[in-house]
Design a binder for this molecule. Structure first.
Ligand code: GLA
Length: 376
């Protein structure tokens, strides 16, 4: 079964847009292995838009850009596979991709054959210039074309959350579905996209996950979606930890060849990744902040193995004490049970807490904990 857990990998779009080429992709594949990203779970390397020639060939087949990919795409796919990684590519359900390259509308079966001949393992399928056909049909058509090739290909449906995608994405064979517009490297964008999905996580589950968009961690304002100064390390931590808590696919978007030590440590944080990849994949319960800070996100999540994850996310620009009163999650003060709590980011055991648990959270930062229920 594909996408038993939220898919993890790297994608070229957030940093490189059309400035992609064979050498950069192969170096990125090397880096994914050498820096231990593959070992941390990032297995898909995906080339996004702008990889092809502007015209199909005489037989109507897609052709890789001769200058960017002089040896053709199979050569790149073979190299990526030789590193133990999986290879992803991109197309669109309209006649053109978002950047104006040939799209798959009317060519779905032919293009699926091309992608299978290259040896792809993931197809990101975008939504620009689409005809008026209902979205489920557009996406189902490509899902069937991929199946017809006989190759196992993870289908990443990117329709930006339109047409109530969470209601039909699973039915049309998508393994992940973009539920939001494009992310930018700003804290405002991170907040807006994630908050839009808090009430829509019930259908995100093994086999088909809600994709809140690719990560901007480590961009620091550079690259395609980089704006101004980008975000602070605390804001990237908020972003990554929240995507882990909400079980979003984790697609790295920065240039990993030159990423900072801080970015590397965050992206390979075993404890956060374990929450993202938890095999039960249960979305969190959300508790309202009882100090009236309505934008705080307080998550309580059941994990496999009997433990719980607690996340405190402070989007305000000043430090706050955030509290989880246990009665808000059904644990009555008189029941005789409390939680033993460990800070995931520092590893510190914070001991047993009864009635409530509170912690200081820096401005635009987060704290994440693991909890075990214990008899007092
Ligand atoms: C859309 C998608 C992005 C990216 C670009 C490529 O905007 O949402 O993730 O794939 O197209 O043009």
């Amino acid at each position: 079964m594909l996408a038993k857990k939220p898919p993890m990998g790297w994608n070229s779009w957030n940093t490189f847009t059309k400035d992609i080429n064979e050498e950069m992709i192969m170096q990125t594949a090397d880096t994914m292995v050498e820096k231990g990203l593959l070992a941390a779970g990032y297995e898909y390397l995906t080339i996004d838009d702008c990889w092809s020639e502007m015209e199909r060939d005489a037989n109507g087949m897609l052709v890789a850009d001769h200058q960017k990919f002089p040896h053709g795409m199979k050569y790149v796919a073979d190299y990526v596979h030789s590193k133990g990684l999986k290879f992803g590519m991109y197309s669109c359900c309209g006649p053109k991709t978002c950047a104006g390259y040939p799209g798959s509308f009317g060519y779905e079966f032919k293009d699926a054959e091309y992608f299978a001949s290259v040896g792809i393992d993931l197809l990101k399928y975008d939504n620009c210039f689409h005809p008026s056909t209902p979205a489920p049909l557009r996406y189902n058509r490509m899902a069937m074309a991929l199946k017809a090739t006989g190759r196992e290909i993870l289908f990443s449906a990117c329709n930006w959350g339109g047409e109530n995608v969470w209601e039909w994405a699973r039915s049309v064979g998508a393994h992940m579905y973009r539920s939001t517009g494009d992310i930018t490297d700003t804290f405002e964008s991170i907040r807006k996209l994630s908050e839009s999905q808090l009430p829509k996580l019930a259908t995100s589950a093994p086999g088909c996950f809600n994709d809140i968009d690719m990560l901007v961690c480590g961009l620091y304002g550079k690259g395609n979606v980089g704006l101004g100064m980008g975000c602070t390390d605390a804001q990237y931590r908020y972003h990554f930890a929240l995507w882990c808590m909400l079980m979003s696919p984790l697609m790295i978007g920065c240039d990993i060849r030159t990423m900072s030590e801080e970015t590397y440590k965050l992206l390979t944080n075993k404890e956060l990744i374990a929450i993202n990849q938890d095999e039960e994949a249960r979305p969190p319960m959300f508790v309202e902040d009882n100090h009236g800070m309505k934008d705080n996100i307080i998550c309580f999540r059941h994990l496999a193995g009997g433990e719980f994850a607690i996340g405190f996310f402070n989007p305000y620009d000043r430090e706050q004490t955030i509290m989880l009163p246990y009665f808000e999650i059904g644990l009555d003060p008189l029941c005789g049970y409390g939680f033993e709590i460990r800070d995931l980011l520092t590893g510190e055991n914070l001991g047993v807490h009864r009635d409530y648990f509170e912690a200081k959270v820096d401005a635009t930062d987060c704290r994440v904990f693991r909890a075990r229920i214990v008899k007092l």
